[in-house]
Design a protein around this ligand. Structure first.
Ligand code: CA
Length: 225
């Protein structure tokens, strides 16, 4: 098993190298993001341990760039604090898992084993409805050739609608798939997000792809509206 550690804190990098070599990994260390990105692109690692705050290219950008280059090596991102934002962004940039510093080696090794066993993710299929396109791998959305900026939550709603295109989905189904299972807020939040999506993927293009089905929910037209 060959692992790349991208970590600029010398003591932590040395500790990771020693700990991983002790259990049989071949370990390469990059102490900055620029080298890390190059090595991760050039060499076939089984898994990458990636810090976020790095000189050169930061961990978020490194991971996003790897995925854009269609490198699907599993990435375990080390988040600096127990900040929800860091963790969401880690997964959002294409990391497969994250671990909050400080972490125990036992947990790190277990997570790495799980990632290696799972292997590099297959590139998920691009979702399309006519010229409305969502790429789950790079988290990007286009209408025709125009890229559309959407928030993570907006994208999740759109992804669910696209996966169910030409079918009516209820607000409850959208809530259950996009929000936490124990969401206790106002279900009308779904309307708010559908409205935002219409303002982004439909109205500027003179389209109407998301129908409201009275009393039932929403339906995204398979032809993109
Ligand atoms: Ca760092």
């Amino acid at each position: 098993m060959r692992v790349l550690v991208v970590e600029d804190e010398g003591a932590l990098a040395a500790g990771l190298r020693a700990g991983l070599e002790a259990v049989g990994y071949a370990v390469d260390v990059a102490d900055n993001g620029t080298d890390g990105l190059w090595m991760a692109t050039e060499f076939p690692y089984d898994v990458i341990v990636l810090d976020i705050m790095l000189p050169g290219v930061n961990g978020f950008l490194l991971c996003r760039t790897l995925r854009e280059r269609e490198v699907w090596t599993p990435v375990l991102m080390l988040t600096a604090k127990n900040g929800e934002w860091d963790q969401v962004e880690a997964l959002d940039t294409g990391a497969d898992d994250y671990l909050t510093k400080p972490f125990s080696y036992a947990v790190l090794l277990a997570r790495l084993r799980a990632l290696v066993r799972r292997g590099g993710a297959e590139r998920p299929a691009v979702l399309e409805a006519g010229d409305l396109v969502l790429d789950p791998a790079t988290r990007r959305v286009w209408r025709g050739g125009t890229e559309i900026g959407v928030t993570a939550r907006e994208r999740s709603v759109l992804e669910f609608l696209l996966r169910n295109r030409d079918r009516v989905v209820s607000k409850r189904q959208i809530l259950d798939h996009v929000w936490d299972y124990d969401f206790e807020g106002d279900p009308n939040i779904v309307e708010v997000y559908v409205g935002r999506l219409r303002n982004k993927v439909d109205r500027p293009f003179g389209r109407a792809s998301i129908d409201t089905v009275r009393g039932a929910g929403y339906r995204l037209a398979g032809d993109g509206g």
